[in-house]
Unconditional design. Structure first.
Length: 105
């Protein structure tokens, strides 16, 4: 299994989703803070999006056919069938202030 990147998001294959998960409606994986664009599932019946934990970790559970993730400013990416991914947002380190912060898309 390989890591997949789309803009500021990284999709990392994992073996399971935590039990405290909540299903997200509308297939939105992450919302853009700056542009208002969303990373979202193209085929709504092909995968489910969950959030879990105090950090609101996001997971995508892909069905048998695979799924495309779309965003207005990035090329679509395809996630492999029958795979679960944890979604991470890229971070940047500001050397002047010694602060790590999420990258805004």
């Amino acid at each position: 299994m390989k890591l997949i990147r789309q803009g500021d998001l990284m999709f990392v294959p994992v073996s399971s989703i935590p039990e405290d998960r909540k299903r997200r409606e509308l297939g939105i994986i992450m919302e853009g803070e700056v542009t208002g664009h969303h990373h979202r599932i193209a085929e709504m019946d092909a995968a489910e999006v969950f959030e879990s934990g105090w950090r609101n970790d996001v997971f995508v559970q892909v069905g048998e056919k695979g799924v495309s993730i779309i965003h207005e400013e990035h090329h679509a990416v395809t996630l492999e069938p029958n795979t679960t991914y944890q979604v991470s947002r890229a971070r940047e380190f500001d050397y002047l202030t010694a602060v790590t912060r999420p990258v805004a898309d």
